[in-house]
Design a protein around this ligand. Structure first.
Ligand code: HEM
Length: 450
């Protein structure tokens, strides 16, 4: 790689960190904070230093890569750098699957992946459909001209959909979901705060209270399902977790961890999808045309969903533009070669998925929203691994791509079938890149019935 320089005598490698702050304990943390987020820092890092670059995450020497050819070399890397994700341990819990590396982690993943199989996702669609129908009925009663807060609705839909699919019918009950939501809110606020402020004793207490509330709900569900084991075709994620290990703490960590991983990602993707569709009304019309042609008046099913190709393109382009999950990371316990460099053992390697999404060589005019980029013809020439919003490496990529797409497609179909949506005051929304990317403000729309 041209322009790269050896940056330190300590690490036998690589590209220059943006400011050579080592050996300070802070490393490039101040640069990350002033960039606004890790994703924005990585954009600049790669712009300045090319597709492989290094920086100091505190005192940890960290490498980042952002192009398909480097991703390809990371394909088999499975283990997560636990220190990097350590920030979130108080939330996910020590026994979370997210913190299990090695063969034990892979084994647990394989067992849990059954809950995300093609057949299982097919079963969840009917739950998603009921929720979407309920939402659209509610919107149908809104007086003309009244403004609707999109993020509030997409996040409520996504939480309910995730809970119903993962935990089963017990999560059909409004009181239980609302109670869960109250505990969850405390947890999520903490998660966002942790990015900028260390946990204080007082906040740790609040966090524990939020978790205790959710724990009580989860324990009740677990107990009920143990007493009344579901039939084979009514098994949900929670049943697999219960069967996998008798350890109640592990059951709780995984039951909660999968909800956290699933709820914000899909909820924010949907909020951004509505936003981009309002900014591009012709896209809304094309989605509607596709619904009429492919579905007529039918619901979305596992059999017809592959034919909703344009809707899929809209969701892909939304994930690309909004950079919903900006990065993943891996680590190895031996030194290894990446491109022209030797990566020291234990050095985290960040997969800058969001930077890859904005690569102008692959996606010209990267900030423009254009679902045609993902048409079959336009996708043909794109190298594999140049767009990987769900990750790709070592059998630890997101287990729920199909799940998320089903959930989102049902929502968009239900809404676009009935309404045209318009932004209030042609609002301009930015992206806030935290652990997951979310819209900078509530998105307000008005509805016109079709
Ligand atoms: C738009 C929706 C979503 C996006 C963009 C997304 C993206 C991602 C990404 C980038 C990762 C990291 C992969 C890696 O480390 O290589 C991940 C992991 C994960 N996601 Fe998703 N995700 C989405 C929806 C969901 C949903 C709906 C669920 C569950 C219901 C879920 C559960 C998980 C879990 C459990 C992991 C960790 C897997 C492991 O540790 O092995 N995700 N996701």
């Amino acid at each position: 790689m041209t322009g790269a320089a050896v940056c330190s005598t300590v690490c036998p490698l690589v590209c220059p960190p943006p400011s050579p702050t080592f050996p300070s304990r802070e490393g490039n943390l101040a640069d990350i904070a002033s960039a606004g987020s890790l994703h924005e820092f990585l954009l600049k890092l790669h712009q300045d230093h090319g597709p492989i670059a290094a920086f100091w995450w505190g005192a940890t020497y960290t490498v980042s890569i952002c192009t398909h050819d480097y991703f390809k070399q990371q394909r088999t890397a499975a283990d997560r750098p636990l220190d990097l994700y350590g920030l979130y341990r108080p939330l996910f819990g020590d026994k979370s699957c997210l913190y299990e590396n090695g063969e034990a982690g892979l084994q647990r993943r394989r067992a849990y992946d059954v809950a995300f199989s093609h057949a299982a996702c097919g079963r969840y669609l009917k739950h998603f459909q009921k929720l979407a129908n309920r939402l659209v009925e509610g919107w149908g009663e809104v007086p003309a001209g009244e403004q609707i807060p999109v993020c509030e609705h997409t996040s409520s839909y996504a939480l309910r959909a995730t809970l119903l699919a993962l935990h089963g019918e017990d999560m059909n009950d409004d009181a239980t979901v609302n109670d869960f939501m109250r505990g969850y809110r405390v947890i999520w606020d903490e998660m966002e705060l942790l990015l900028t402020e260390p946990l204080t004793d007082e906040r740790a207490k609040e966090l524990e209270k939020g978790k205790a509330r959710i724990r009580a709900i989860t324990d009740t569900i677990v107990e009920r399902r143990k007493q009344n084991p579901p039939s084979e075709d009514d098994r949900h994620f929670i049943d697999i977790v219960i069967n996998y290990s008798p350890d109640a703490e592990q059951q709780f960590c995984d039951a909660l961890g999968y909800v956290i991983a699933g709820f914000h990602t899909t909820g924010n993707m949907l909020a951004f999808a509505i936003y981009y569709m309002c900014k591009n009304p012709e896209v809304q019309e094309k989605v509607h045309e596709e619904i009429v042609q492919v579905l007529g008046d039918d619901d979305v099913t596992i059999d017809n969903i592959p034919y909703l190709m344009y809707t899929h393109q809209v969701l892909q382009e939304t994930l690309r533009c909004a950079v919903v999950a900006p990065w993943a990371a891996r680590v190895r316990d031996v030194p290894f070669i990446l491109g022209d460099y030797v990566i020291p053992k234990h050095a985290p390697v960040i997969h800058a998925l969001g930077v890859a999404s904005k690569n102008a060589d692959v996606f010209p005019e990267p900030d423009k929203f254009d679902p045609e980029r993902f048409s079959p013809k336009n996708s043909e020439s794109r190298p594999p691994l140049s767009f990987i919003p769900f990750g790709f490496a070592g059998k630890r990529k997101c287990p729920a791509e199909k799940f998320a797409y089903g959930e989102a497609a049902i929502f968009l179909v239900a809404v676009c079938r009935k309404f045209r949506l318009a932004l209030v005051n042609d609002q301009d929304i930015q992206q806030v890149h935290g652990f997951v990317t979310h819209p900078s403000d509530e998105i307000w729309v008005t509805l016109t019935k079709r």
